[in-house]
Design a protein around this ligand. Structure first.
Ligand SMILES: [Ca+2]
Ligand SMILES: [Ca+2]
Ligand SMILES: [Ca+2]
Ligand SMILES: [Ca+2]
Length: 255
């Protein structure tokens, strides 16, 4: 039973000028799992060997195949001739890019200078040449995020291109796409956490309630409301208030 396959080429058979039993008798191919030899016989008795592909090739596993075709005549002793067949497998774009991570999680201080390289996304591709040339782009990104970060389409470098401000935005996310030259693509997510820096001084505003103050005011009279604000978070936004000097006033937290 002959298995199906496609002819990938016929090799010029070693010629044998003898006739009859001494002429070409048989062909042999070095055993291998991918190729077989099919010998066709034309009506005039000429044998024509054809090399037939039996299985799928995979350039990523093996890019070259070396086979030796041996032609044996029917003489006694038999004589043989060999020829080497070198098969180069060209690449097909059968691998999509694969990102090194599904999610790139990044934490950035809000005072990172504009233009800084903050991280890199990277995808690999098992193919070669343009089939493995990956172009990166943001595929799903809010306009506000796009104004703050750029992605280098060749290197996958992500840089900060706008002023980050924890007080304005604490978290950004985007999707990145990596596309090879043959049109296969992959996606990954980017999560960027912005970390607070103590970049805001407390602001103080004073709302006088009594000014001037009657000298007969009783102690514990509220004479002004002081509003203190610090836009930072955590310890960076904690404010302690005190009045310096020996004055007849005290500060009380408002309820
Ligand atoms: Ca590819
Ligand atoms: Ca390939
Ligand atoms: Ca602060
Ligand atoms: Ca801050």
């Amino acid at each position: 039973r002959r298995r199906s396959g496609s002819a990938v080429g016929s090799s010029p058979a070693p010629a044998d000028p003898d006739i009859g039993a001494n002429s070409l008798h048989n062909y042999q191919l070095t055993p291998n799992p991918l190729f077989t030899l099919v010998v066709r016989e034309s009506p005039d008795g000429t044998k024509q060997p054809e090399l037939v592909l039996e299985k799928s090739l995979d350039r990523e596993k093996q890019r070259n195949h070396y086979l030796i075709l041996t032609a044996v005549d029917g003489g006694d002793p038999a004589r043989s001739g060999t020829t080497q067949i070198n098969i180069n497998v060209t690449d097909a774009n059968d691998n999509p890019p694969v990102f090194t991570k599904e999610i790139y999680k990044v934490r950035l201080l809000e005072n990172v200078p504009e233009g800084s390289l903050v991280f890199q996304v990277k995808a690999t591709d098992g193919d070669e040449g343009t089939n493995a040339e990956i172009t990166y782009s943001f595929s799903d990104i809010a306009n506000s995020t796009r104004q703050l970060f750029t992605l280098d389409s060749r290197t996958g470098d992500v840089k900060v291109t706008g002023p980050l401000d924890y007080e304005e935005g604490k978290y950004y996310e985007a999707s990145v796409e990596g596309k090879d030259g043959g049109g296969l693509s992959a996606h990954a997510k980017v999560h960027i956490d912005i970390l607070d820096v103590n970049d805001n001084a407390p602001t103080i505003s004073l709302l006088p309630i009594l000014n001037p103050i009657p000298e007969d005011s009783v102690p514990s009279t509220v004479i002004a409301v002081i509003n203190v604000r610090d836009r930072d978070s955590g310890d960076n936004g904690e404010v302690n208030c005190n009045i310096e000097g020996d004055l007849p006033f005290r500060l009380e937290p408002s309820s």
